[in-house]
Every structure is written in C-alpha cells, then in structure tokens.
Design a protein around this ligand. Structure first.
Ligand code: AMP
Length: 187
C-alpha cells in the first residue's frame, strides 16, 4: 500500500498515521517528525528550518522534495509507505506523482481526514496544553498553521479530488471511530 494521509493541523492525522502504518506494516513517513528530529539533533537541516517551524510556515518545496526523495529511496519503502504531512503544496503533489512514475508505481489511497475548521484550533490548543512538547502548538502558531493549510494545502486536496483519487473520511469522533472508518475504506 502506498498511502497519503491528508488533513488540517489538529485533524488527528499523526495519531491515525501511526496506527495505520503499524497495522499495515509499512513505514510511517512524517515529514514534520523528520524536521523536528533534525532540529533536535542540531543538524544543518535542523538549523535551516527551525525558525520556519516555530513560525508555523512551510519549509521550501525544494528542501522537502529532496528530503522525501531520499527517504523514499530507502529499502523499507519498497513494499509501501504511509505519508503524513507530505504533500503540503501543489508542487510537492506533482513532484510525488513524478517520483512514483519513475518507479512505475502509483499511490494506492489518498485519504483526507475532514474536520470542520471551528473544531481545529481547540484541538491544537488542548494538544499544546497537554504537553505535546511541540513548540508550534500555541494558539498563535496554530492559527498561522491553519491559515497556511487553507492557502497552500487545500489546493492539494482539490487536486486529488479532481483526479477522483480522494477518499474523504469524517474526522469527528473518537480516535477509534475515525480509525475504523479509515480501516473500512482501505478494505
Ligand atoms: P506536521 O508535523 O506535519 O504538522 O509538520 C510540522 C511543521 O513542519 C509544519 O508546520 C511545517 O513547518 C513543516 N513541514 C512538515 N512537512 C512539510 C512539508 N511537506 N512541506 C513544508 N513544510 C513541512
């Protein structure tokens, strides 16, 4: 399976991604997690992106596409993968299509976890308050990340929808409810 999981910040994407990847025995590729780790390690990439993450902006397409290309070339991705947080922009979605085409492969499932906007800020704030440890889980940065999502990532959802590749899953309810909806569309 080659899955892309899409959804706004606060939709519960990360939680669902971890469960889904484990259940299907495929690597969970979270670009946000890769960047946070780079920041923590103090690598050259980490130094380059720290301020961008703290502001809630997006890292450049060029950097992200190179990062994903390298990650996807690893052996563990041969049987499949689950992408969480990529693609975030139209150029990234197009680059992903090209990358897979070069390998004569395609995405098997593009899933959107849909949550109404009014629910999202509260969810992100409570995640920050409960000690997610993420420096970008504050109200100010959360609203910035949502704004960036509507501007730059919503077109990615439209791109897959127009190509009739999008599967929309209702993201309201408990973690287990959402997980079982995702399970249902995959089987
Ligand atoms: P996430 O954990 O997916 O919410 O990502 C956290 C932060 O990492 C985002 O707010 C961006 O600053 C950055 N980031 C993660 N994935 C991408 C991506 N595909 N393109 C650009 N920036 C990204």
């Amino acid at each position: 399976m080659r899955i892309v999981l899409l959804g706004p910040p606060g939709a519960g994407k990360g939680t669902q991604a971890v469960m889904l990847a484990a259940a299907n025995k495929i690597p969970h590729i979270s670009t946000g997690e890769m960047l946070r780790q780079a920041v923590q390690e103090g690598s050259a990439l980490g130094k380059q992106v720290k301020a961008v993450l703290d502001r809630g902006d997006l890292v450049s397409d060029e950097v992200m596409i190179a990062l994903l290309r390298e990650r996807m070339s690893k052996q563990d991705c041969a049987p499949g993968f689950l992408l969480d947080g990529f693609p975030r922009t139209l150029p990234q979605a197009q680059a992903l299509d090209r990358m897979l085409k070069e390998l004569s492969k395609e995405l098997t499932h593009v899933i959107e976890i849909a949550v109404p906007e009014r629910v999202l800020i509260d969810r992100i704030k409570s995640r920050g308050a409960s000690g997610s440890g993420r420096s970008d889980d504050t109200e100010e940065v959360a609203s910035k990340r949502l704004k960036v999502f509507w501007e730059l990532t919503a077109p990615v959802i439209a791109y897959y929808r127009e190509a009739k590749r999008l599967i929309e899953v209702d993201g309201l309810g408990t973690i287990e409810e959402v997980a079982s909806r995702i399970h249902a569309v995959l089987s």
